[in-house]
Ligand binder design. Structure first.
Ligand code: FMN
Length: 225
């Protein structure tokens, strides 16, 4: 094996891959708080994420007010029902899916893109969505660190962003992109929940890795509803 001078020791490399492959979106939580200082460590991990032009566009809101949690749950529930209405088939099946753990989780973080992103054109002039990509990197850092700490994280995106922005008093131009539920996970299953329930499967490599040019016969991934 060719060694590189900056390579981590074997067991540390294995731990990184372990967190990547064993991370799950968690929606089933056991009661109880996070371990002491864990939330701080996870937030530091998020804030160590890469960002286009080093703009650090993420803003995290820690929701500690139970009344707000309730109102956020109502927003998510409304959007879950709206989504069900727009599903041409599998509506009943969808309604049985658990898509959030807002009422049971120990902590809630809302991740938003800051206001004034437009002014940052470094790396975004032709690709303005790189602010969103950067914030997603921060979330993934938090998600992986949480897995290593045995903490479950669920990303909830069933909400009307304008309604959530209003509820949380965000300034014009700021945009919520995620509600993160954190808590003690009931389990970290081997397979994603949606795979277990037959909503999708991990695509084989030939469907997402191409050489040089996009193959003429590459078909878009079929939608299962
Ligand atoms: C941008 C984004 C938004 C998501 N929104 C939701 C959501 O609203 N509700 C939900 O149950 N899961 C949500 N998920 C989790 C996905 O369903 C999950 O990542 C996928 O099924 C694969 O499972 P895994 O994360 O356990 O590997 C979201 C994931 C991402 C990356």
């Amino acid at each position: 094996m060719t060694d590189t001078p900056h390579r981590y020791p074997e067991e540390q490399i294995a731990a990184v891959y372990r967190a990547i492959f064993e991370r799950r979106d968690v929606r089933h939580f056991k009661p109880g708080p996070l371990p002491p200082c864990a939330l701080d460590r996870l937030l530091d991990a998020a804030h160590a994420g890469p960002s286009v032009g080093y703009m650090q566009p993420w803003r995290f809101l820690h929701i500690t007010d139970p009344a707000l949690r309730q109102e956020m749950h109502a927003l998510v529930e409304a959007e879950r029902l709206n989504t069900a209405e727009h599903l041409p088939s599998r509506q009943q099946e969808f309604l049985k899916l658990k898509v959030e753990g807002l009422r049971e989780c120990a902590e809630i973080l809302v991740v938003a893109l800051m206001d004034g992103c437009e002014a940052h054109i470094f790396g975004r002039r032709t690709l303005p969505e790189m602010d969103l990509a950067s914030a997603a990197c921060a979330i993934q850092n938090l998600w992986l660190a949480a897995r290593a700490e045995g903490i479950g994280v669920g990303w909830v995106s069933f909400f009307d962003p304008q309604a959530l922005a209003r509820l949380l008093a965000m300034p014009a131009g700021a945009r919520p992109i995620a509600i993160l539920c954190l808590g003690q996970a009931e389990s970290f299953p081997d397979q994603p929940l949606l795979e277990q329930l037959g909503w999708g499967h991990r695509l084989p490599r030939e469907q997402w890795l191409f050489e040089n040019r996009w193959p003429e016969d590459a078909a878009p991934t079929p939608v299962s509803y």
